[in-house]
Design a protein around this ligand. Structure first.
Ligand code: ADP
Length: 879
């Protein structure tokens, strides 16, 4: 053996040179030949077994390795062939030796020479060296043991393993160098030995602890019995170190068992080869065996899926993860990501499929929920009435809601790269930026600001923006969310409301002023009327008196109109004289028209049919038309003309207000009656006037038409249904009796009658006392309820004229009347004098609480009323 010069003691211990010795040599050679043959057979057998065993055990693992190691078995075959060749050469040598021995036997008489013997020894020595070299060339361990376990021979691989030279190894028990790693070595060997002796061979994997290294290693062993004359006297062991392989296997097994992904190995015939515990768990089976007993396609919702998996696995080196649906044992489906590959033999035939399954049911559910939430958030933002903007910290817009189309006229795509302030009015930009910076810096949490933003069409919209910070996952401010609301309309309405409130306040004020003016006007009218009765004045004084009286009447009409206009709008439809309505409208606006040098051309139409309507509302319509006409004229000239024409045809009356002002551009004609359409400068108009007019006229079953005139200016025509039967329309001032004859007649009727006047206004008391006394009536005047009661206790009156708004003594007109009537058995008629607007129907009919006499009145009017009440309808009084 290498490393030792010791000769084998049993073969090489003879002494050459004697005939007796020659016979012994012959005998020995026979033995030698026999043992040679035995060694031959053993070696060949070991080699054969080794080759077959190796091929058998390692074929699968070699095949399944990523790199192709199929060449290994081929290499082994080549090695065996080489070994055969080597043996053949040795056989030649042995034949030579055998020939030599025969020669020796044949020349018994002549003993072999020393040279021949040296030749023989050298040949034997060479052969033995060859065997040593042979077994030393194995990487695997080769051992020859006695049945007691002593090492008889070993190759270099074993010496290297235990780390000792041969001298210190041979003859020592194997147990000195290694022990069974499981701790049951000796007993196990003793248990297994009888069976081995019977079978004479054993193979298996052993796990041993090397004492020198204190390491555990795996060996794949093949043991054979060594026999001599049919008796086992020793054991040969061929062992291969498979520690690395075993460790790999162990690691793989551990991985296979502990992976969270389900791993499967299947055969092309749809049966399972193996599955890891994760897959068993994933599919809800109780054990691996239960799962493996089923065909693979049974765990697929669609059994045809298996063919697809196969096709894909065969198609490429590794199928990319594809989603498939598996069926759990309890029939619930689960979504999995499958990655499969096909394993083939050298001929390219598919042996198995193996794949990994990742359960993504939860992920899919989360994705579904996330998608739902995103969808919800998207819908929420879409349906939100405000425009939502998300800006990053650099004020660049990262999100904009579709509402931008409604509010600013832009498509979302058009506005994707908008920067804060891009569309904002230059005057508002600084404030907007400052607020944004404060929110980004965390100085403000919620803030709002109203800015002007340009619409795509170019006009400015008022937008109220609410700022709130946008936090990232770590709570840092990463941007700002702005919700912007278009408040343009709201602002207009607010302005309109303010204006309406102003107007209402003005109306109240006007009503109050008008009411207060009634008493002095009544006095002026009455006194001038009384004076005019006198005959002892010259012509000049009479003319001046007439002038004063006429102007007082005019003032009274204005007051009347103001009162009518400012009265709360409770539509009261009644037959109306359109001429009168237009006149009143023009009177109301007379001052402004005169100041702006606008002449009015209006000719009342005699016997014009009345219309059914609310006087206030219709006056409001005409007033709006006249105001607009005036504005249109002032836009283009310093003075102008407004023509008002009345027409009647086919059961309809029309009132046209025509001006020579700016006219109406054709494109504006269709929008004139839209609410808030105005061309007036801010604050100049609300754009509501014509739309209110239109709704009033429609409510009166009429319409308004607008036209622009070829010669410039425009015309607005109100068309209303005419009433069928012309009816007399009365106005308080018309009830005055003008003829002196009639007046005298009434005075005669009333002569000597007593009248009680109750009014806290001295001028009225004086007027009535003087005016009525002059006509032969007896008049008592009381300033309060108390005074009146004192009068009625002592005298009887034909009628009582009582101020409805009596304030002196704290008792009102109605209550005073009640108290007076309460004390009397024969109740006189009560005529209430009022500065407020009285419904015309009440004035003469006496409906409600007494009769009404509208201030300012004339004495003739009072006389006419008294005559009518006292003489005609005493018995019909409703007090
Ligand atoms: P406003 O007077 O507040 O503007 P209106 O509804 O009364 O509201 O009028 C709407 C618009 O119609 C006016 O702004 C003006 O452009 C136009 N308009 C009305 N009357 C005339 C007119 N007589 N001539 C020219 N344009 C007119």
């Amino acid at each position: 053996m290498p490393g030792t010069e010791k000769r084998p003691p049993d073969l090489f211990s003879h002494t050459p040179g004697t005939s007796g010795a020659r016979a012994s040599v012959s005998e020995r050679f026979k033995q030698f030949e026999h043992r040679q043959n035995e060694l031959w057979r053993l070696t060949l057998f070991v080699l054969f077994v080794l080759t077959v065993f190796f091929a058998w055990t390692s074929w699968d693992s070699v095949r399944s390795l990523t790199h192709r190691f199929e060449a290994l078995p081929i290499g082994l075959v080549v090695l065996v062939v080489l070994f055969g060749a080597y043996l053949w050469r040795k056989t030649q040598e042995i034949s030579e030796l055998r020939g030599l021995m025969r020669g020796l036997d044949q020349h018994d008489a002549s003993p072999p020479s020393d040279k021949q013997l040296d030749q023989l020894f050298e040949m034997i020595s060479r052969s033995q060296q060859g065997y040593r070299d042979l077994i030393d060339s194995f990487d695997d361990l080769l051992l020859a043991l006695s049945l007691e376990g002593q090492i008889r021979a070993a190759n270099r691989s074993f010496a290297d393993l235990v780390g000792l030279p041969f001298q210190q190894m041979i003859g020592r028990p194997l147990a000195d160098f290694l022990e069974d790693a499981e701790g049951s070595g000796r007993q196990a060997v003793e248990r297994a030995l009888p069976r081995f002796l019977e079978r004479r061979q054993w193979s298996g994997v052993v796990r041993v602890r090397l004492k020198a290294r204190n390491s555990v290693q795996y060996f794949d062993c093949v043991a054979h019995a060594m026999t001599r004359a049919g008796v086992v006297h020793g054991i040969t062991i061929l062992a291969r170190d498979i520690t690395a392989l075993r460790e790999n296997e162990a690691r793989f097994t551990e991985l296979f068992e502990s992976l969270q992904e389900g791993i499967y190995i299947t055969k092309p015939d749809n049966s399972f080869v193996d599955a890891n515990p994760a897959l068993v768990r994933m599919l809800g089976y109780d054990s691996k065996e239960e799962l493996l007993a089923r065909p693979f396609s049974e765990i697929l919702v669609d059994p045809a899926e298996y063919q697809r998996i196969q096709r894909e696995a065969e198609g490429g080196p590794m199928v990319k993860g594809r989603e498939i649906t598996l069926l759990r044992k309890d029939a619930t489906p689960i979504s999995c990501l499958n990655t499969a590959t096909a394993i083939r033999d050298t001929a390219g035939h598919v042996l198995r499929y193996q794949g990994a399954l990742m359960d993504i049911t939860e992920r899919r559910e989360m994705e579904r929920r996330l998608h739902k939430e995103q969808e919800f958030a998207r819908r929420l933002v879409d349906s939100f009435p405000d425009l939502i903007l998300v800006l990053d910290a650099q004020a660049h817009c990262t999100f904009i809601s579709p509402r931008i189309k409604d509010i600013l006229g832009f498509e979302v795509e058009e506005s994707s790269d908008i920067q804060l302030g891009d569309l904002t009015h230059p005057e508002d930009r600084a404030a907007l930026q400052a607020l944004f910076d404060e929110v980004v810096a965390g100085q403000q949490t919620f803030a709002s600001l109203e800015v002007r933003v340009r619409h795509k069409q170019g006009d400015w919209r008022r937008v109220r923006c609410h700022f709130s910070p946008l936090f990232d996952a770590s709570g840092k401010i990463e941007g700002v969310v702005i919700s912007a609301r278009d408040v343009t309309q709201l602002k207009r309405l607010e302005e309109k409301l303010i204006q309406a409130e102003k107007l209402a306040a003005m109306g109240q004020m006007i009503a109050g002023v008008a009411h207060e003016l009634n008493n002095p006007l009544t006095a002026v009218l009455g006194v001038t009327e009384l004076l005019r009765e006198r005959t002892d004045m010259d012509e000049t004084v009479r003319r001046q008196l007439d002038l004063t009286h006429r102007q007082a009447r005019r003032a009274a009409r204005i007051v009347q109109n103001l009162l009518e206009f400012s009265r709360p709008a409770a539509p009261q439809k009644k037959p109306l004289d359109v001429n009168g309505l237009v006149e009143r409208t023009l009177q109301l606006h007379e001052h402004s028209l005169r100041r702006n040098q606008i002449a009015v051309d209006f000719h009342p139409e005699a016997s014009f049919p009345p219309v059914m309507g609310d006087a206030n509302q219709l006056i409001q319509v005409f007033l709006n038309l006249v105001t607009n006409a005036e504005y249109a004229i002032r836009e283009v000239r310093d003075s102008g003309r407004i023509q008002v024409r009345l027409r009647c045809s086919a059961g309809r009356v029309s009132v046209t207000v025509q001006d020579d002002g700016a006219g109406i551009p054709p494109e504006a004609l269709t929008k004139l009656f839209d609410p808030f359409y105005t061309t007036k400068r801010p604050g100049g108009g609300t754009g509501l006037g014509l739309s209110i007019c239109m709704s009033i006229i429609r409510e009166h079953n009429g319409t308004i038409e607008a036209e622009t005139l070829p010669a410039g200016g425009s015309a607005f025509t109100v068309i209303l249904p005419a009433m069928d039967q012309p009816q007399p329309v009365l106005s308080p001032m018309d009830t005055a009796v003008h003829s002196t004859g009639a007046l005298r007649q009434m005075a005669d009727i009333l002569k000597g009658r007593s009248i009680l006047v109750v009014d806290d206004e001295e001028s009225i008391r004086l007027l009535l006392q003087e005016g009525l006394s002059a006509q032969g009536l007896h008049v008592d005047c009381a300033a309060s309820c108390e005074e009146a009661l004192a009068f009625v206790r002592h005298a009887e009156y034909a009628a009582i004229l009582c101020d409805l708004n009596l304030t002196a003594g704290g008792v009102g007109g109605s209550e005073t009347a009640e108290r007076i009537l309460g004390t009397l058995t024969r109740k006189p008629p009560i005529i209430f004098m009022t500065g407020d607007l009285a419904p015309s129907s009440d004035i003469r009919s006496g409906a409600g609480q007494g009769w009404r006499l509208q201030k300012p009145f004339r004495i003739s009017q009072v006389l006419s009323m008294l005559a009518e009440i006292i003489c005609v309808g005493n018995e019909t009084l409703t007090t």
